[in-house]
Design a protein around this ligand. Structure first.
Ligand code: SF4
Ligand code: MG
Length: 330
C-alpha cells in the first residue's frame, strides 16, 4: 500500500539555490495479492524511481509504504531485511544481478545464504528446483552466465529473484531487451510462476503491448505522477486521460475486427525537464485538449466509469461531463 510517495533528487551547488527534482511526486497505489499491476509511461517519468523508493534503494522524502500493514519507511535497515526478502527486483540487464565470474549455482544460491539457513546439499537441491521452475535443466547450475542466451539469462535472474520465496516481484523493464518471441516465453513463465507459487508482480515497462498482455491493472505515469489507473481492459479500451490516449495510439492494433481504429496521436516534443515541471496539469504543454484551468490548477484523481481514477480537468469540469467522448475515431 503506497501512499503519497515523494522521492526527490537535488544537488546543492555553491552560491546557487538547491534545484530539487521531484522524481516521484505524491504517488499512491495498492498492489493486491496475486495480481499484476503494470506501471507504464515514457522513460524518465519516475517508474523505476517509484520501485526503488518502495524498496528503499533510494530513500523517499516522505509518504508511506506498507507491506501487509507494516510500515517500511522509517524502519531501521536491519528491520527492513524481512521485507527485502519479500520484495525482489528483476532488471532489464541480467548481468546486473548475475556475476559473470560466478557459477549459476553460486549466483542463484546467494540469496539462500543471505535469507535462509541451508546446508550445502539443501542448497544444491533448492537451486535444482529453482532451475526446473524457470524451465532450465538442473545441470546448468555448473555453467557461467556467458554460456546462456539473453532469454535464458533472464530465466536465471528470475530463479535468483524467487530463490528466497518472495511475495512480490518488481520487474523493471525485465523483458525489454529481449526479442518478441523470447519476451513472450518469459511472460508465459511469469504467468506460470504466479499460479504455481502465488507471486504478485509490479510490472514496469514502456512497451504497452507487453503490459496489456500480463497486467490485471495498469497505472500510467507522467512526470512523477500517476495520471490514470484502472483495470487493464478499461484503460486500454477507454483511456480517460489524454496522455494515456496518446500513448495507446502508438500501439499496433492486434485485430482490426475487435479494435476500433485508432488515430495516431503524435505528442509534440519531449516531456518537460522534471526539475522544472509546468504548473497546473503537468501535461498541459503537450495536451491537445488543454483549457485555461489546466495551466494553473493541478487536476486531482477522480473515480471513473469502469473502475480506477483519472486526474484530468476534462473529467471534473470539462466536456466529458456533458457526455462527450475523448476519442476521435478516424
Ligand atoms: Fe489535458 Fe487539461 Fe486534462 Fe491536463 S487536465 S490532460 S491539460 S485536458
Ligand atoms: Mg526505468
Amino acid at each position: 500500500e503506497v501512499k503519497d510517495l515523494l522521492v526527490t533528487f537535488g544537488r546543492k551547488k555553491a552560491f546557487r539555490p538547491l534545484v530539487e527534482t521531484r522524481a516521484v511526486d505524491g504517488i499512491s497505489f495498492n498492489l493486491y495479492q496475486g495480481e499484476t499491476l503494470g506501471l507504464v509511461g515514457e522513460s524518465g517519468c519516475g517508474k523505476s524511481t517509484t520501485a526503488r523508493g518502495v524498496m528503499r534503494l533510494v530513500e523517499p522524502k516522505s509518504g508511506s509504504v506498507k507491506l501487509n500493514g507494516k510500515e517500511l519507511l522509517g524502519l531501521p535497515i536491519k528491520e527492513l531485511r524481512p521485507a527485502r526478502k519479500d520484495i525482489q527486483m528483476v532488471f532489464q540487464d541480467p548481468y546486473s544481478s548475475l556475476d559473470p565470474s560466478m557459477l549459476v549455482r553460486e549466483s542463484i544460491g546467494e540469496p539462500l545464504d543471505v535469507h535462509m539457513k541451508m546446508n550445502r546439499q539443501q542448497k544444491t537441491e533448492r537451486v535444482a528446483e529453482l532451475l526446473r521452475l524457470v524451465g532450465l535443466p538442473p545441470d546448468y547450475m555448473v555453467r557461467y552466465p556467458h554460456e546462456f542466451s539473453g532469454g535464458q539469462r533472464q530465466r536465471l535472474t528470475i530463479a535468483r529473484a524467487i530463490a528466497a520465496d518472495p511475495k512480490i516481484l518488481v520487474l523493471d523493464e525485465a523483458v525489454s531487451a529481449l526479442d518478441v518471441s523470447t519476451q513472450n516465453q518469459v511472460i508465459d513463465l511469469l504467468e506460470e510462476l504466479s499460479q504455481k507459487i502465488g507471486l504478485t508482480y509490479l510490472f514496469i515497462a514502456h512497451d504497452l503491448s507487453v503490459v496489456r498482455h500480463i497486467s490485471d491493472r495498469v497505472a500510467v505515469m507522467y512526470l512523477g505522477q500517476i495520471v490514470e489507473h484502472g483495470p487493464t481492459k478499461a484503460v486500454f479500451d477507454e483511456p480517460a486521460h489524454p496522455y494515456t490516449e496518446a500513448l495507446l495510439s502508438a500501439v499496433p492494433i492486434p485485430s482490426p475486427k475487435t479494435q476500433r481504429s485508432r488515430e495516431r496521436i503524435v505528442l509534440a516534443g519531449d516531456p518537460p525537464d522534471p526539475s522544472r515541471v509546468p504548473p497546473g496539469c503537468r501535461f498541459h504543454t503537450r495536451c491537445a485538449y488543454a483549457m485555461d484551468i489546466c495551466r494553473t490548477v493541478m487536476p486531482q484523481p477522480t473515480p471513473k466509469v469502469g473502475g480506477g481514477e483519472v486526474a484530468c480537468h476534462l473529467h471534473t469540469s470539462g466536456p466529458m461531463l456533458q457526455g462527450r467522448s475523448l476519442r476521435i475515431i478516424s
